[in-house]
Design a binder for this molecule. Structure first.
Ligand SMILES: [Zn+2]
Length: 271
């Protein structure tokens, strides 16, 4: 094996390139390379050229330039950013693709629901919000059908009623009005997180009921990745990636799962 080949083997990271290449990561890294190159060019044209070459080579071989960008943060790869790449949250409801104008990150920041972390690299709930939200989640656990019935204005709300009618996907949560399927959540935990969030947001001056249905859905799904504990078991939550297979397709998804019980609170298509 030649030196060049060995170097290629050494540096090449198939998990982030080829089929596995993440478009948002690649675009973000190319943009970062361009900005740094432009900055360097002003003071050090030769260093700038070298940096541009190395940067593009690293992105081509390794899939990224900035170490850690494949590590997901709520700041850089939340649904509202992915939507810029034409991606829509999957598995939230069967509602048509979101075309509203609420940008959850901006909206939640402006309404003091989330804030930057100390490092400025990520986002988190403001102090006290999780306490209010988690208490509301406990309430929603005991009144799930009544609360979702009020939210969706259903006459005969049923959550995963079983029997003849099965949830759309394993682990998913399907809400019926009588025997008519009306909405899906990735899990019952996601549903109770949303029901609790509506009450918690109300105490912080955000009236979800008054919002357009699609806007409300986008806002609640965006907020869900800030849940600090599993709505089901109280376990720790983590962002991750997964491959989801359905009858006719395989999709890469970004996920927000409980590290203890595995409940999926959020899932969004990555490619
Ligand atoms: Zn859990």
């Amino acid at each position: 094996m030649s030196v060049a080949n060995r170097l290629y083997e050494e540096l090449h990271q198939p998990e982030y390139t080829g089929e596995n290449r993440c478009t948002p990561c690649t675009v973000t890294n190319l943009l970062i390379t361009a900005v740094v190159t432009a900055g360097l060019a002003v003071v050090q044209p030769i260093a700038a050229a070298a940096f541009a070459l190395l940067g593009v080579a690293a992105i081509a071989l390794r899939g990224y330039l900035v170490p850690g960008t494949p590590t997901l943060t709520k700041r850089y790869f939340p649904p509202w950013l992915l939507s810029l790449f034409g991606k829509e949250p999957a598995g939230v409801t069967d509602a048509p693709a979101y075309e509203g104008d609420v940008d959850p990150e901006t909206y939640l920041l402006e309404n003091d629901i989330i804030t930057e972390t100390h490092s400025g690299e990520d986002l988190e709930l403001v102090d006290g919000f999780w306490a209010t939200w988690s208490a509301a989640i406990e309430d929603a656990k005991n009144n799930t059908e009544r609360e979702v019935g009020e939210l969706l204005e259903l006459d005969d709300p049923k959550v995963n009623p079983g029997g003849e009618i099965e949830p759309a996907e394993a682990g998913g949560c399907t809400v019926y009005d009588g025997d008519v399927r009306v909405a899906n959540w990735p899990s019952e935990a996601a549903l109770i997180a949303d029901l609790g969030a509506i009450d918690a947001l109300a105490t912080h001056g955000v009236d979800v009921d008054a919002m357009d249905r699609a806007d409300a859905g986008q806002l609640l799904a965006g907020l869900r990745v800030f849940a600090e504990q599993c709505p089901d078991c109280g376990g720790g939550m983590a962002l991750g990636e997964d491959t989801v297979e359905s009858c006719c397709s395989v999709a890469e998804v970004f996920t927000y799962d409980c590290e203890d019980c595995g409940t999926r609170v959020m899932e969004i298509q990555a490619a």
